[in-house]
Write a protein that binds this ligand. Sequence first.
Ligand code: URA
Length: 271
Amino acid sequence: MSHSFDPGYVAEPFLGLCADYPEADVYPTDQFRCEWGPIFHRGRLDGSARVLVIGQDPAQHETIVRRILVGEAGRRVQGLLYKLGITRSYVLINAYLYSVHGSVKAATRRSPALIAYRHRWLDALLLDPRVEAVIALGQAADEAWHFWKETPAGTARNLAYAAVTHPTQPESSAGNDRAKLAAATQKLLANWNEALQALAPHILNPDLATPLVAYGERWADGDRVPIPEFDFPAGLPAWMRENDGWARRVGANPLAKRRNITVTVSKGVVK
Ligand code: URA
């Protein structure tokens, strides 16, 4: 069986961006898990992207896979892109290169070095005239977008834009309260429907001509779309691509949790 995969960072300016990235002097280690390294992107870097998605920060699955938005949040975003007819022509970056630990201080968010590096990515991705729309997931992404829009390159570029509720905001806000989760999910889906209405007319070159089908009041079958094999580095096993929950931060205390990610092969794979 033949497998497709993402070749990675093979051409400039991405080679340079991956060779020279901000470290703990820019991303303070009390706010970011720099010890696991930066995780840069997912999707097309060959100029074929039509939609740019800006996420927030990588979590434990992203840390192992070395691509962003590969878990539940990623599948929800993949579904959103699918509703716009975008099945391949997308690229995703996060507002932050490293996984957030606790919360990010305002001074860090506004750090010129942090912003300047992120602008190098945004410049590289958005100066391509083929990009038709940008979607920001949550507040950090929305802020990242607005910082870039204030630059000369950002001012010059007129793009359809939607800032949407972060895909896992319902789970983060509801705790274990099922009623709260249902209400927050309904609110998120209404918010995503508004974004679809706003963006769909601007997607002039979809991968798939598809009528716009709005979300209902809860997640329905097909709303979460698997992340394609061609987005992952070569050789990644199917259970890592298809499942969730196989990477967990475990440890007896906060330091141990920070130092460990336990990877467990999904049930049924090894008999
Ligand atoms: N994983 C990411 O890489 N980014 C997000 O915003 C959420 C999960």
